[in-house]
Design a binder for this molecule. Sequence first.
Ligand code: ADP
Ligand code: MG
Length: 156
Amino acid sequence: MMVLTKSQKETIELGKKIAQGLKGGEIIGLEGDLGAGKTTLIKGLAQGLGLKKAITSPTFLVMRVYQLPVNLGRARSSPRQWLKFLVHVDAYRLKQAQELIDLGVEEYLGKKQSIVLIEWAERVRGLLKNKKVMRIKLDFGKKENERMITIQAISR
Ligand code: ADP
Ligand code: MG
């Protein structure tokens, strides 16, 4: 599926929409150059998951774990009853995937309590192989504020 957004706000709205379909256990790999809108899309995803704290670019931090609100569709019987954490990874400065493993990423990857969002996912391919990953590619559009956002179904 491909979506063309025409402003930062539209990309945030798209993130919110994608969030509605998430249940926990998903890994989303975001690919695209600096400024393509990866962090912006993640802001929308986080808002859609009820996170009140603003997502920032973890410039020096490679991984940041956010606690999701308790009342977010987490009633028993809710499909999201297990979901507790949103994990934001930015692999831009990562030298090797082992650094992420050392930070404990495997506690969250593919686990139903968490949704893991990875910027520059192409840099940690090794870590993600054999894992189901939803890939989202962001490209610059023709106009300054346009972005082409390609969402691929979850695949290994
Ligand atoms: P990345 O994380 O991929 O480096 P950011 O989300 O941090 O990118 O930055 C995207 C930049 O592009 C922001 O300054 C934002 O205002 C701008 N922008 C312009 N148009 C869009 C759009 N349609 N979607 C997302 N960001 C946009
Ligand atoms: Mg970013």
